[in-house]
Ligand binder design. Sequence first.
Ligand code: AMP
Length: 353
Amino acid sequence: MSHRTVGIVGGGQLGRMLAMAAARLGLHTIILEPQEKCPAAQVAGSQITAEYDDSDALDTLAVLSDVITYEFENVPVASAEKLAQRKPVFPPPAALEISQDRLTEKTFLRECGIRTAEFIAVDSQQEIDEALAKLDGRGVLKTRRLGYDGKGQRVFDGPGTVTAGAYDDLGTVPLILEGLVPFVAEISVIAARSPDGTIVSYDPSRNQHEDGILRRSTVPAGITQSTHDSARDAAASVLERLDYVGVVGIEFFVLEDGGVLANEFAPRVHNSGHWTEAACAVSQFEQHIRAICGLPLAACDRHSDCEMDNLIGDEIDRIGAYLEQPDTVVHVYGKAETRPGRKMGHVTRLMRR
Ligand code: AMP
């Protein structure tokens, strides 16, 4: 095997699950993360405890790693580029850069020939009002950068909704106003591409969000074959256009007529793909490690239908009851502190096919 040590920027639960998958393949992992004893470092080979833009720490990570990846999309692009001068960094830093800004992301998706919601960049309260008028008063206002789990958003659902103060409330930062999509379902596709251009993808999951946070992913998603194919083909276009290596998670809105609009993509393993560790021979985590290390990609077939629930905040206290349920795979992230809205673990119930 040519890659023996995988560097991972970011030490949360995604880094943890990547490290566990790497260990099963006999690979060593090093985590770069400022928080000591982070979830990933608990199961990794070692940790460099430093900020993501610490120049010395990046140098050390580059020296010690054979290949480097990241587990969250707000890794500074400059850090990824600095690392890429020394060692292969996958997914490519360009994917990171595009996905960090909702405006460049949606523009890119359109360039790939993928439909999205209408969108207008807005940079003042006046521009919000003008843009909203063009969308008949129905839209979702989002910060262009650094939004996650529905944070930094305001919904306007018809003419006459109050916009006053919205620009200040969202922090006087660059914003995007999107048309309000009348979706009947939200789905996502987890796909992977290897350095030789092979692409594989798991079946889409149907995702339910609550307060902007993923609550449940269900597979199969209960969509038509043509919706499935559209989402899968869109994912493949994104991967090809970026000459991508690794796993990507792409979220879509499904319309009444079965058409799909892409909402966003994450250049990393994705929460809506956690079910793969329980229902597939090879999980999204191992698939990502295989891809970035140039190992053969595995088939994405699933042996069971399933439902994955996130355990958010003190829901983690229910773990004892889940452990008593049959065909239930429990995953706890090892976070030191339980906080409301914080993802603490997840549980996947298998349903035999
Ligand atoms: P996001 O941060 O873009 O993933 O948005 C969080 C959630 O808000 C999504 O999962 C949807 O449920 C909802 N949402 C986001 N954008 C739109 C939109 N343009 N139209 C309707 N609902 C949206």
